[in-house]
Design a protein around this ligand. Sequence first.
Ligand SMILES: [Zn+2]
Ligand SMILES: [Zn+2]
Length: 584
Amino acid sequence: MAVSGGKRLRLGEILINAGVLNDEQLTIGLNKQKQTREPIGEILVKLGFVTEAQIRHALELQYGIKSISLKSRIAPEIVHILPESVIRQFQVLPVGISGVTLAMVDPTNFMALDDIRMRLKGVNIQPVVVTEAEFSEFLRNMPKTPEIPRAGSGPLKEEHSRPHSPLAHVPHATIGGLGGLDESNPTQLSASILTNALKRQATEIIIEPQENETVVRYRIDGLLFRETPLPAKIAQGLVSRFKVLADLNLTAGQLPQSGVFTYSFEGRPIKIFINSVPVNFGQMMTLRLYDSVHLNDGTLDSIVLQPEVAKNLKAMILKKSGLILFNGPLGSWKTTLMYACLKELVKTNRTLVTVEVRAAYDVPGICQAMVSDDLPAMAVLDAVVKQRPDVLMVPNLNDPLIANQLVQIALSGCLVLAGVNTTQGVFSEAIDRWKVPPRTFANALAGIVTQRVTRKLCSCKVAFQPDTQTLEYFRTLNRTGTIYRPVGCPACNDTAYHGQVGIMEVIACNPQIRELIAKGISKARLALFARQMGMMPLYDYASWLVASGHTSLEELSKADVFETAAEGVCPTCGQNEAQCKCNK
Ligand SMILES: [Zn+2]
Ligand SMILES: [Zn+2]
């Protein structure tokens, strides 16, 4: 006896409702059932009153969900994600994973749905309806044991993300791994790993030699995924192969090494930066992949999606001089956005020069000056300044001497774009660490661009109505639109997300803001003050991304965009009301 939600309509009624069966035929069928005890659907088909297809169609109409036929092969490993006792008790059958597609004889059996949602926590359950006859037949022939996946061809397992990552705790996801290749051949293996990574738009490959295996991980959309385990003995050959590609000295393995090579994938050249470091079981290696496919078309509008913010940034980079600081944690697209700004400036007929350790992307119309062991950054900078460029870009600023030099260059009439790796905002960096006098810093500053990235919802997203409190929050921000929730599909490996999207805050300096900076305003207060002047703080931008369907409320809550926003800040002096003396 099946446990039911109680509201189950009898199949006969459903078929009569659908107009494919009449009362008389149903009576004949029911009388026959009293003798044979077979499911009514099976009897009606045998009597020739209806077809299996008609029954399925009627079930679809009745329940408003899709039906499924169990005649085609159902993978045993999917069936067996539920114990057989549960399958029999509730008359349900897992048949597909994109979430789990759950075939149900009675899709109104909410008790069954609840029970199964508990068992498969965090998995999206998609009910479909199935005829009782097919269900019974399937049970009679149900495969007993799941197949054991072939060794070396198993799926990739998602790994923990970095502890501080806002993207931890996403539903478990797997992606396909290496399969059927000669693991003892480093050339073939390295090519397979690169192809695997680039196909999945990974930004990083990490090779870790361990005692009994070689672990290869890919960073995709900020999360780590694990490749099929590889034998321990291949690590050395694999690391050496990448070093050969980067033209590094193989005999210097006892030292950390770094280098770069270009790899051709789907007809485009991809720069790959490698770093190796000796560890207890060999050498650990990180490969950073700079695939221009991540740049979309690399234009400013394709990166800064919010039109107002994009407009403000475009206006800011048209200034003749001043320092624009791009700040955010590693991997928050600072370099990408700075390059997009330069591309925008290429159109303006100004001389553009970058000072970089390694150029990740080659951009036409820009001179890229390289720092090396023989030519330190300060020497390159001095030489570049003598060329009197209109715009100077330093993607990674971490040396206080260089920082002070850039402030002077900005004050002397050059537009300087500089990237700073920090989550603490630029004030603590510039004033506390670089020791730039606050007044000098404020005078040099043309603007501050703060960045984070968050995951982008896959197109399998579904619109939904959030609770009133959430809606109220969006209304106060003046952001109304359609909000979507994550779902999961094969295209996104059931992670519900595909790619990433930037969260940007653009604060253009004006005399008032300069005054506040010179007096030492906090980052949170500046954001609030900028909002009062019509600029969009980081958290407003993130909310806009949700209200425009780019990301989800879940991602918004994980994104590192919320400051302890200061209450009651005076718009004139930026002090809180207790300290403000403007009107007293
Ligand atoms: Zn999807
Ligand atoms: Zn005041």
